[in-house]
Structures are given as structure tokens and as C-alpha cells.
Design a protein around this ligand. Structure first.
Ligand SMILES: [Zn+2]
Ligand SMILES: [Zn+2]
Length: 344
């Protein structure tokens, strides 16, 4: 079968013919993958930017950690999913034995491996996954929409971490899929006003407008504050969610944060940011980090996606066959696309 793989700890990815994964072992499920999303993490891994060195030990490895499909074979002791049932896969495989796992915080497990990062993932027609990582899908949610679940749990977790309240004014920095989801969940949490900022990002801001968020600004060539002023939008926010991964926007964001406001960072930053801590102290502000969502967020996000599939479909800018993966990666990197779904 065809698989999109990372071969060496250097820039590059390649489509290759690989053997079928074989029969599922005890507790495992063989899935037929129908949709797998290309994510910012995949682009970082393809370009081999800092932060993924641990992957070198498992290469070659098939990428793809945001995917949905159906069970074609189940191993011994697997009660669910049953053969033929449709599922989305939680990519974190946890140890089940460490302190965090035993106290119900398996999202914090320090021994976890990521499907599609530390072991073969969903950019292939078939993949072996632990049964406990499979979550059943409702009939109303097709596989391409279901493959949005993982990035949307990251967005939902950012909004939960920020504690967005009814009436809040919210600024989302970074108009990619995570930022788009943050706008959706902030709205669901009752935010009164949601502004989304991008830089040289017309396509993704257009996606946001189509999702019903017309207050998008493009701050290319100017500060965020000037772009907001020019657009006649607020310059003070109760909550700011940073999903751009650009360290230079952190001090800009703090400048726009209200007294006692909360800045939640969920972008992955290649370098440290420089911030004025005394101003932060005197304005009684908080900076919070947000990353992987707890298991309980998954069913909530699946229900959210299934409640309005027509609107959620706008999060997917393109569907492409797996054989087109390398070119699709290039399009995803150009920011001309938001979420590209590969169809293995
Ligand atoms: Zn991802
Ligand atoms: Zn653990």
C-alpha cells in the first residue's frame, strides 16, 4: 500500500510502497483510513524544524495523526470497536501505568507515543491502532469532518484554558485551523465579540468570514494595534488566544490585553518571546499555556461537529488523494489552504 513517510532526521517526506500492517494483536484494531488531515505539526516534521528529534529513533515512520476510518479486523480481547464500525482516532497512546495515567490525567502521560509521529499513522490506506484510542462516530458525521476532531479538541482546550465567559471580547491571533476552531468554541462559550488576526493570510481569513466571523484583520506590514485601529475594531480584549506560533506577537498581544485579561498561548514557538513583565504585573494579567485536551473533550467536539456539518465543512479547504500528498503539503505550507484532507 501507499504511505506518506518520514525517512530520515532531515527535511523531506516521501510517498512509498510499504507492506500492509498485518493482523491486529491483542487490544489492537486494523483500520481502513478514509480521511486524514494535514496539520501544522506534519509541516514542521516535513521541514524538520526543531522539536521532533525524538522521532529519529522510529524512522521510517508513516505520518498522519488526524484521521478517521472503519475497523476491518480486531485483535483478541477487543469489545469495541466492532468490525465495520466507524471511528476517529485519538493519536496519543498512553502507558496506563504512570502517576498521571493512574490519576485520570492520561493526557499528561510522560511515556506517551503519538500515532503518526512515534509510530505509523493515518497517511496510508490501513493502520494498526490500540482499540482504546478509537472513538465511535455518529451517523451524521462523515469521515472527512470526523478527521477534524483532533485539531478541534486543541481549539476547544485553548478556549477552556482561557475560561472564555459570556460577554467577553476575544482576539484570536492566527487564522489557521486551530484559530478557526478557537473562534468557533469562543462563540459557543458566549463571547460577545470575536476578532481574528492574521498576517499575509487572505485565504484563511476568507475561510473565517465564510464561517461567520467577519471581523478578520490582516496586519501585514503593520502592528496588530494599527491594523485593529484601521479596521475600527476594539484595541482591548478580555481574552486573547495565540495560535500563530510567532514569538513576536506575544508582546503585541499583551499590549492589547485588558486589565486582568488572560492570554492563552497554544502556538508552538521555535524561539523564546520577550515580554514586559512589570507591565503584566501592574495590569494583573495572566499568560496560560494550552496543549492536548483531556479525553472528555473528544465526545463534546464530535457532537459539536455533528450539530452543524454544513458550517463545519468550511473548515476543510480541499480534499486530495493520498497520491497527491507531496504537492498537497506544499499547498498547505503556502497558507493558500486551511485544512487539506488526504483520502487514503
Ligand atoms: Zn495535528
Ligand atoms: Zn502514563
Amino acid at each position: 500500500m501507499l504511505a506518506l513517510r518520514k525517512f530520515a532526521p532531515e527535511p523531506g517526506i516521501r510517498l512509498d510502497e510499504v507492506d500492509e500492517p498485518g493482523k491486529p494483536g491483542p487490544g489492537e484494531v486494523l483500520l481502513s483510513v478514509s480521511a486524514a488531515g494535514i496539520c501544522g505539526t506534519d509541516l514542521h516534521i516535513a521541514d524538520w524544524t526543531a522539536g521532533y528529534e525524538a522521532m529519529a529513533a522510529t524512522m521510517p515512520v508513516t505520518l498522519g495523526h488526524e484521521f478517521a476510518g472503519h475497523a476491518v479486523q480486531v485483535g483478541a480481547g477487543v469489545a469495541a470497536p466492532t468490525v465495520g464500525s466507524r471511528v476517529v482516532v485519538r493519536p496519543s497512546v498512553v502507558c496506563g501505568r504512570c502517576e498521571d495515567c493512574r490519576s485520570g490525567r492520561s493526557q499528561d502521560c510522560t511515556h506517551r507515543t503519538g500515532i503518526g509521529i512515534g509510530r505509523d499513522g493515518g497517511f496510508a490506506a490501513r493502520v494498526l491502532v490500540p482499540a482504546e484510542n478509537c472513538i465511535a462516530l455518529p451517523d451524521g458525521l462523515d469521515d472527512a469532518l470526523a478527521a477534524l476532531t483532533e485539531p478541534m479538541t486543541v481549539s476547544a482546550e485553548a478556549v477552556d484554558t482561557a475560561e472564555v465567559k459570556p460577554g467577553d471580547t476575544v482576539l484570536v491571533i492566527g487564522p489557521g485551523t486551530i484559530g478557526q476552531g478557537a473562534a468557533l468554541f469562543a462563540q459557543a462559550a458566549g463571547a460577545a465579540r470575536i476578532v481574528v488576526a492574521g498576517r499575509d493570510d487572505p485565504a484563511r481569513l476568507a475561510t473565517l468570514a465564510a464561517l461567520g466571523f467577519p471581523d478578520g484583520i490582516d496586519s501585514a506590514g503593520m502592528s496588530l494595534r494599527s491594523a485593529l485601529e484601521r479596521a475600527g475594531l476594539p484595541t482591548s480584549y478580555d481574552v486573547i488566544i495565540e495560535a500563530a506560533g510567532v514569538p513576536a506577537v506575544v508582546p503585541e498581544a499583551l499590549d492589547l490585553l485588558a486589565l486582568r485579561g488572560v492570554l492563552t498561548i497554544c502556538g508552538i514557538h521555535a524561539k523564546p518571546a520577550s515580554i514586559d513583565l512589570t507591565r503584566l504585573v501592574r495590569r494583573h494579567q495572566q499568560i496560560r499555556g494550552s496543549y492536548r485536551a483531556p479525553l472528555a473533550t473528544w465526545p463534546r467536539v464530535i457532537a459539536f461537529l455533528a450539530a452543524d456539518p454544513q458550517r463545519m465543512r468550511r473548515l476543510i479547504s480541499e480534499q486530495a488523494p493520498l497520491s497527491d500528498a507531496v504537492a498537497a503539503f506544499a499547498r498547505a505550507k503556502s497558507r493558500a489552504a486551511s485544512k487539506i484532507m488526504l483520502l487514503p
